[in-house]
Design a protein around this ligand. Structure first.
Ligand SMILES: [Zn+2]
Length: 508
């Protein structure tokens, strides 16, 4: 018999330090896709939804696709947007159940902070809405980002969890397929699997889920997970999530989620063992963030050779929900007078508008960037520049990250600095706050990394997928900004206390 499956995606990573709520307008920039619009948009992509759709086609499932939305990271989701998505999913699941439904596949992020959700737990609220609609006996399998903070509500509302196993995340598609495979297994075995969740009083763990910065805790933890799966056939999957610290929710922090055929103490013990590992290794990390001055010094010390030196602004990474307009490194690079420098991904819609008004070849006098949070990460920087290129900022991902997915960074201008020690430096400015994640973004204005001596971009570890290959060095630094490690996390009021590293705490 053909299985009837509801397939949906609603992903958002929220940074509670971001003062701008993510309303429907924010989601609409990347698109909210409904029903028949979901397949054409996502089937050609290496996203979770792409993985779901390919699996469904291969299985011959009869699917309904009420929703797919995955905007850029930003502030907490506004209530109007959260309730819209919740109601869409609830109504679609209710309708599907009445028509005959065998299971649900959902792609969530796990770090959606949402106004109007229980405890501001957006992912838990969405999963609960689906559960309420389909009843207690319907298998629901979900995919997550390992930077998701998994709540008890989320784990208790679903039957199977699989998070990405790479960071940078290049296995969205495969993770979607793993979640779909668990649903297939549950249907074939007529089982209703259960999720066993564990956490410790810690905000960070599993080395932030990093897998491309060398051997470390995430590799070791995943080896333990695969080991547990291999010796116990009742375990569907052991999934670990490093969490995302700037989320003001009670449950923020790393988790282990063991999906097993039934509920059982031995499965909970596996989850607890994984979190013992997370606690014991909480201080081990495979990278070190440099200050602006240290990063510049490190860049000067990289031997000459082919390929760029990539300097990435971790603390102001829009992929972590930051504003993307911090200027501390921009100022330092303008003063340093190094040859052939490109600074890409600075958000400043006013500067782009001025460049558009001047036109290609025109000159602009700007106070660039630093407008949103000028006391933290650097204020506006005065420059005189020539407009080299303009673009609408629309492109299709063609790198290792969600390949095939149309994307946008907003109206974009490439400027060349005309005065001062930084004369000749090129700056790519865009209207929207976005990580520089894909080489296609640079090609919008005719840039390639190979043409740069130094390429400074906004982004955390995710930038390594596209830019580490062929580079002479990748140097992450902290300029300040609201994705910074230097934030006062005790300003987040919902996070359970005591919690490491905010409080002195004995081993739990
Ligand atoms: Zn992530």
């Amino acid at each position: 018999m053909t299985a009837r499956i509801l397939v949906a995606a609603c992903l958002h990573e929220s940074n509670s330090f971001n003062r701008y709520p993510a309303g429907l307008e924010h989601f609409n920039r990347q698109g909210i896709f409904r029903d028949d619009a979901v397949g054409p948009r996502f089937a050609p992509t290496r996203t979770e939804m792409g993985g779901f759709l390919a699996w469904a086609a291969q299985q011959g499932w009869s699917i309904t696709t009420p929703l797919a939305a995955q905007p850029a990271s930003a502030g907490p989701v506004a209530e109007e947007a959260y309730t819209f998505f919740r109601d869409v999913l609830h109504e679609a699941a209710t309708k599907a159940r009445k028509a005959g439904l065998d299971g649900v596949l959902l792609a969530l992020h796990g770090a959606m902070v949402a106004e109007g959700a229980p405890g501001q737990d957006g992912d838990g609220g969405l999963a609960q809405a689906v559960r309420d609609a389909v009843g207690p006996d319907m298998p629901i399998a979900i995919s997550l980002d390992p930077h998701g903070n998994v709540s008890d509500l989320l784990a208790g509302s679903v039957n199977a969890i699989s998070a990405y196993r790479t960071h940078p995340h290049t296995d969205h598609f495969e993770t979607g397929q793993r979640a779909a495979a668990m649903l297939t297994r549950a249907l074939a075995a007529n089982e209703l699997p259960q999720v066993h969740l564990a956490r410790r009083p810690q905000l960070r763990g599993f080395d932030g889920a990093r897998t491309e910065t060398g051997p470390g805790p995430m590799h070791e933890a995943m080896a333990l997970c695969r080991g547990f799966e291999s010796v116990d056939p009742a375990i569907y999957e052991v999934s670990i999530q490093a969490g995302f610290s700037p989320c003001d929710t009670w449950h923020t922090g790393p988790t282990a989620a063991v999906t097993a055929a039934t509920r059982g103490a031995r499965f909970q013990a596996v989850a607890e063992t994984m979190m013992d590992f997370a606690w014991d290794n909480r201080c081990r990390e495979t990278f070190r963030l440099l200050s602006v001055a240290e990063a510049l010094e490190a860049a000067r010390n990289v031997p000459p050779g082919p390929g760029p030196i990539v300097i990435s602004d971790y603390g102001d990474a829009p992929g972590g929900g930051a504003y993307g307009d911090a200027t501390a490194m921009l100022s330092a690079l303008l003063q340093a007078g190094l040859p052939n420098v490109v600074f890409a991904g600075l958000k400043d819609p006013e500067a782009v508008a001025a460049a558009e008004a001047a036109g290609i070849g025109g000159q602009v006098r700007l106070a660039l960037g630093g407008k949103i949070y000028k006391n933290f990460g650097g204020g506006p920087v005065p420059i005189v520049a020539e407009v080299l290129k303009l673009s609408d900022g629309n492109y299709v991902n063609d790198g290792p990250y969600a390949k095939g997915l149309p994307n946008r960074i907003g109206a974009t201008a490439l400027l060349r600095v005309l005065e001062g020690p930084g004369a000749g430096m090129r700056i790519m400015v865009n209207a929207l706050a976005r990580n520089v994640l894909d080489r296609a973004q640079l090609r919008l204005v005719g840039l390639t990394p190979e043409d740069c001596n130094i390429l400074c971009i906004k982004g955390m570890d995710a930038i390594r997928a596209a830019f580490q290959p062929g580079s002479r060095a990748v140097i992450p630094f902290e300029s300040g900004g609201i994705a910074s490690r230097g934030l006062d996390f005790s300003a987040l009021k919902r996070i359970r206390r005591p919690v490491w590293p905010l409080d002195p705490i004995a081993a739990p």
